[in-house]
Design a binder for this molecule. Structure first.
Ligand code: ADP
Ligand code: MG
Length: 720
């Protein structure tokens, strides 16, 4: 017997483990070695050049060409000394992957290595083949990348990488980063104004992000022997292993040595790139793991997450491993997410989500807490859209959680504080008296410190001094949900500032005005707060009663991006114009359709060319057996029974595959993209994927193991 499956298993048996050694014992000896850090800038640039660059970074301002020339020269010297030959503008187009186009420093005409300011500031990749959603007609198919000095330049391999944003010549964003930078600026402005109610000295507010990245790792030979993993990132067939995650013995268990060495290796690469990876552990499912860097400024954290995923993919090759970022590579096992830990930190170093022992800061804490809840409540659909993808649909609203319902978890203690504020709405507080005590606001610090109760089923949870957006998909570029979150927060804070200022103008005391507006918000947004089991059926029912949106698929969730309300918010803060949102909507729908198209083709091909032939082969053996038994006058009803069962599964597969393909043909003809996406969702995925899979998976556990062509779950997931 020799098929792809057994050959792959043979290869894996012969793998050995290479130990990995760090370049130095202490991390501080090599941390950010491959980054042109602020410190390196300072030591290589003339003092006033450095000051101009530093100012531009802090204020998000443009850098003039003279300054850029000096930076370029310093960067080039540093990079060449480190063995670099090429440079690239590094960007994050809407394909979801990162992109780069390498140019050599070497100039043949001059016979020298050259790198000038204009090459640092701007590059023109051949942009026509990146998705643009119809923004650029072919005759104007030009886009350029522009240096983003707020994210540090780094060396990866032998290439100098310059973080950039990608925009069209007419100014539209063609990537994930450009809108994020604008949303972060918007929240900075709005939050700063609100903070000034409490502290006049605050002059900026920075959004921070720490991403916990979940992923699966399997042997490369095994990966290559599963065409579905290679082509779509997930297994379209595969029976649950006899032992899945029910023993819970993998979570936080000892990390298998091959994976351990892989982790160590990619962590070293990350650390050299200045990515502050700090946590690693096993996850719930077999072969599932998590890595988390320490939180950083949101812009840098976003770049670092994309870069880390690249690094993880490339380093996996050295170890003959494959890292899977898909949200649901294996049915029936835990999926992968990317928890986005988010907070806002003022220029005075105060985290606005950190309850404090000072009553004044506590009112600020409550202000931001309640405004966040209100923003999520008012924009639940948009937030849901920001995490919509074909992959994440297998987590959100599928039989596993988190559900597609956006809700906010606060913990019982904090919830009680808000309830009290709402319930004692009639308590009159006056300027002079101890309002904080009267309203129970003074007690918050002790409460939070004691609150260790964490609800793991909530898509958006308050976790002590930050919010954790857990419904984000593992494969996704976090810039998208972070753009939406910061934008809706900016919008909310702006409204809050207006309302409070209005009341103050009418003569109300500032603190009272704040408390009174908060009380209103608490009442209005109450429906979004949920403390119970977010995975339960009761919650779905309860959420429906509360009229919370529960959009289970991407095809429909994406509507929220092009709603009147969304367009108004995006436009008001100049994050994206309506036609940019339309374009993005189109790109995402197309992307979704393509993913389902690929899966449909794979299901059809694997069923016809691998599964059914294997089933028929086994049937032939059974037929021989049945005939032989009959010749010998021995009861063959058992064999015939198996034959019939196999036959019925084959028929189910054949019939449904044929029907699905006809349907796909019809749907491909639909002119409207949204219609096509919905038809793919309901008529192809919804009607056929599971039915076909069920029959295939049943065959997997009936057919002679020798004849089964596809690697089984237990073989992919439990090998060490
Ligand atoms: P968990 O228990 O969910 O694993 P951790 O305490 O390990 O949580 O933190 C997870 C992530 O949250 C890390 O990336 C961490 O740096 C980040 N984090 C901690 N504090 C903040 C904060 N104030 N703002 C943003 N992220 C934060
Ligand atoms: Mg977490």
């Amino acid at each position: 017997m020799s098929n792809q499956r057994t050959r792959a298993l043979d290869i894996v048996q012969r793998r050995t483990t290479d130990r990995v050694f760090a370049p130095a014992d202490k991390i501080s000896d090599f941390f950010a070695d491959d980054v042109f850090t602020i410190d390196k800038m300072k030591s290589t640039l003339a003092p006033d050049t450095f000051k101009r660059v530093e100012h531009a970074i802090k204020k998000g301002k443009k850098i003039d060409l003279d300054t850029a020339n000096e930076v370029a020269s310093a960067v080039k010297t540093w990079a060449i000394a480190k063995g670099t030959t090429h440079y690239t503008h590094w960007f994050q187009p809407l394909t979801g992957a990162t992109a780069e186009k390498h140019d050599s420093f070497f100039n043949a005409q001059k016979g020298l290595e050259i790198f000038r300011g204009n090459e640092l500031i701007q590059q023109e990749p051949d942009a026509s083949s990146f998705p643009n959603g119809g923004i650029r007609s072919t005759f104007e198919a030009r886009g350029y990348t522009a240096w983003d000095p707020s994210s540090p330049i780094f060396i990866w391999g032998r290439t100098l990488c310059i973080p950039t944003i990608f925009v069209s010549y007419t100014g539209e964003a063609l990537d994930f980063k450009a809108p994020l930078l604008k949303a972060v600026e918007a929240v900075d402005k709005a939050a700063t104004k609100v903070c000034q109610f409490f502290d006049r000295n605050v002059n900026s507010v920075n959004a921070s992000l720490g991403c916990e990245q979940e992923y699966f790792v399997i042997d490369r030979a095994l990966y290559n022997a599963r065409p579905d993993l290679v082509m779509s990132g997930r297994t379209v067939f595969g029976h649950h292993p006899a032992r899945g995650q029910q023993l819970d013995d993998h979570y936080f268990g000892a990390i298998p040595s091959r994976v351990y060495n892989y982790m160590k290796d990619f962590e070293i690469e990350c650390l050299k790139l200045g990515i502050p990876v700090s946590t690693r552990h096993n996850e719930v499912a077999p072969s599932q793991f998590e890595v988390a860097p320490i939180f950083e400024d949101i812009n840098v954290a976003t770049d670092h997450n994309s870069l880390m995923m690249d690094v993880m993919e490339r380093v996996a090759e050295r170890h003959d491993l494959k890292v899977l970022f898909h949200e649901k590579p294996f049915a029936g096992l835990n999926g992968s997410g990317k928890h986005n830990n988010w907070s806002l930190i003022t220029s005075s170093g105060v985290n606005v989500f950190q309850p404090s022992s000072s009553a004044r800061e506590n009112l600020q804490f409550l202000t931001f807490l309640v405004n966040t809840i209100k923003a999520i409540y008012d924009n639940a659909g948009l937030l849901r859209a920001s995490i919509a993808s074909a992959g994440n649909d297998h987590r959100l609203g599928a039989n596993e959680a988190p559900p597609a319902i956006m809700s906010v978890f606060l913990g019982s203690e904090l919830n009680a504080v808000l309830d009290e504020l709402e319930n004692n709405g009639n308590i009159k507080v006056d300027k002079g008296d101890n309002m904080y005590m009267k309203l129970g606001i003074d007690k918050i610090p002790q409460i939070i410190l004691d609150n260790t109760d964490r609800n793991r089923t909530s898509p958006f949870a308050f976790t002590g001094n930050k919010f954790e957006f857990r419904a984000v998909g593992s494969e996704q570029n976090v810039a998208e949900p972070m753009t939406v979150l910061n934008l809706i927060m900016a919008n909310q804070l702006k409204n809050f500032h207006l309302e409070v200022s209005d009341r103050i103008e009418k003569g109300e005391d500032k603190k009272l005005a704040i408390v009174n507006v908060l009380r209103e918000y608490i009442k209005e947004s109450k429906a979004i707060r949920f403390e119970g089991d977010g995975y339960s059926e009761e919650w779905e029912k309860e959420a429906e009663k509360r009229k919370l949106p529960n959009v289970k698929n991407t095809a429909r969730a994406l509507d929220a991006y092009v709603s009147k309300e969304a367009k108004a918010i995006f436009e008001a803060f100049q994050v994206m114009a309506p036609h940019e949102l339309e374009a993005r909507n189109e790109i995402q729908l197309e992307n979704y359709i393509m993913k389902l198209q690929i899966e449909g083709r794979l299901i059809s091909e694997l069923a016809r060319t691998q599964v059914i032939p294997a089933a028929i082969k086994f049937q032939s053996k059974l037929i021989q057996n049945a005939k032989g038994l009959a010749d010998l006058k021995i009861d063959n009803s058992h064999t015939k029974g198996i034959l019939e069962k196999i036959n019925s599964h084959i028929q189910v597969i054949q019939k449904n595959v044929d029907e699905m393909n006809v349907k796909r043909g019809e749907i491909n003809e639909l002119a409207d993209t949204r219609d096509r996406a919905i038809a793919y969702c309901d008529e192809v995925k919804g009607k056929y994927f599971d039915v076909i899979r069920e029959a295939v998976d049943k065959l997997e556990v009936m057919i002679d193991d020798e004849d089964w062509p596809l690697l089984k779950y237990r073989e992919m997931l439990f090998l060490r």
